[in-house]
Design a protein around this ligand. Structure first.
Ligand code: PEP
Ligand code: MN
Length: 370
């Protein structure tokens, strides 16, 4: 059960203290208090965990300081969509809105290799009106002998160049909690020229200690990739780990499932789950066509499979696209074969817009027939 408190409540006030002491006295109930920083105001939410079935919503609603009460289902208590749930289903970061109704493109490098490569990428993004990107500094690789990413050494020039080219958010994978501190330090040292969305990769979807530590910080939003060999339910519970520690700014990423049933694609594309995630939870849904398809194969009409699956995801309501580009894919240190070229960016964006327009027309058409 979630008690959403009146928005102006002062946590030092006696009204608040009395409420908390009353709730603490309830049998077999544990309290978790979350401050949710919204765009205009901050909200205090009290999560009641334990034997809540015996509590009445009306009674909780009548307590002084409480604005409204949501009875949650057992599953996905925080990220889930519950009956009569009036909580906002979007968040803002760096002036960019992330919700189940928005679409943001994060085109960029799978892995940072050189300042020149980063600059060419950022310039192409700026010239095409883009303000978000992806840049891998810490790369989880199958072999310990493969290039592991430039790590913290590349962060200063990545952040400075982002500032120079007006990039507001960089999606960047972290594989260890110490990486967050390194990102914070580099942002500080460069004067905070940009923002970072922390990415948790498919290999770490169930790294519970990493999830808990990333969930405890609220400065950076998180892109959590679905685990490539586990059920959707298991991956959604992983997102709940982040939320249960206090970070509610989560985007859920579909990136294909590891099975040879998907051959010859690198992974079996799972974008049919976009409406499922949007129905079960309040999280915006990201698609990653690059890691799903993994090659530059194209259909007989000349359209790349990667662009086809992107369009399929967007037409089904995807809210974010994470896609690999590279100024010189044959020289890329990671995932060159799946990288799009910079001169393909305008066509990619145009194709995304065609699919988005079709999605919006579909939504309008279905709404008008309800
Ligand atoms: C990535 O996006 O660079 C990546 C490694 O993705 P995934 O975790 O989905 O494999
Ligand atoms: Mn990659």
């Amino acid at each position: 059960m979630i008690l959403i408190l009146k928005h102006d409540i002062d946590t030092e006030s006696s009204e608040y203290q009395q409420l908390v002491s009353h709730l603490s006295g309830l049998d077999n109930i544990e309290l978790r208090i979350h401050q949710v920083q919204g765009v205009e105001q901050s909200l205090t939410e009290i999560y009641l965990i334990g034997s809540t079935a015996a509590l009445s919503v009306e009674e909780m609603q009548s307590l002084s300081g409480v604005d409204h009460v949501v009875r949650v289902s057992e599953e996905y208590r925080i990220i889930g969509r519950h009956q009569d749930d009036g909580r906002a289903n979007y968040f803002e970061y760096q002036g960019v809105r992330f919700g189940q109704d928005t679409l943001n493109v994060f085109a960029g490098l799978c892995a940072v290799d050189s300042p020149e490569g980063v600059e060419a990428m950022m310039k192409a993004l700026r010239d095409n009106g883009q303000i978000c990107t992806r840049m891998g500094a810490y790369k989880p690789r199958t072999s310990p002998y493969s290039f592991q990413g430039r790590g913290k050494n590349c962060l200063p020039y990545v952040f400075e160049l982002a500032g120079k080219y007006g990039i507001k958010i960089i999606a960047m994978e972290v594989t260890h909690e110490s990486h967050v501190g390194e990102i914070e330090e580099a942002l500080e040292n460069t004067g905070n020229p940009t923002g970072v969305m922390l990415q948790i990769g498919t290999r770490n979807t169930q790294n519970f200690e990493l999830l808990k530590s990333i969930g405890r910080q609220q400065r950076f939003p998180v892109l959590l990739k679905r685990g490539f060999g586990i059920t959707l339910d298991e991956s959604l519970h992983a997102a709940e780990y982040l939320a249960s520690e206090g970070n509610h700014k989560i985007v859920f990423g579909l990136r294909g499932m590891k099975t040879n049933i998907g051959d010859p694609h690198r992974n079996f594309v799972d974008f049919a789950h976009i409406p499922v995630v949007k129905r079960l939870t309040r999280m915006p849904v990201c698609i990653d066509p690059s890691h799903s398809v993994g090659s530059r194969s194209r259909g007989p009409e000349g359209i790349l499979d990667m662009m086809h699956v992107t369009a399929q995801g967007v037409i089904a309501g995807a809210n974010m696209i994470l896609v690999d580009f590279h100024p010189n894919p044959s020289k890329a240190l990671v995932d060159g074969p799946q990288a799009l070229q910079l001169d393909e960016l305008p066509l990619f964006l145009e194709d995304v817009q065609i699919a988005r327009d079709a999605y919006e027309r579909r939504v309008a058409r279905f709404r008008s027939s309800q």
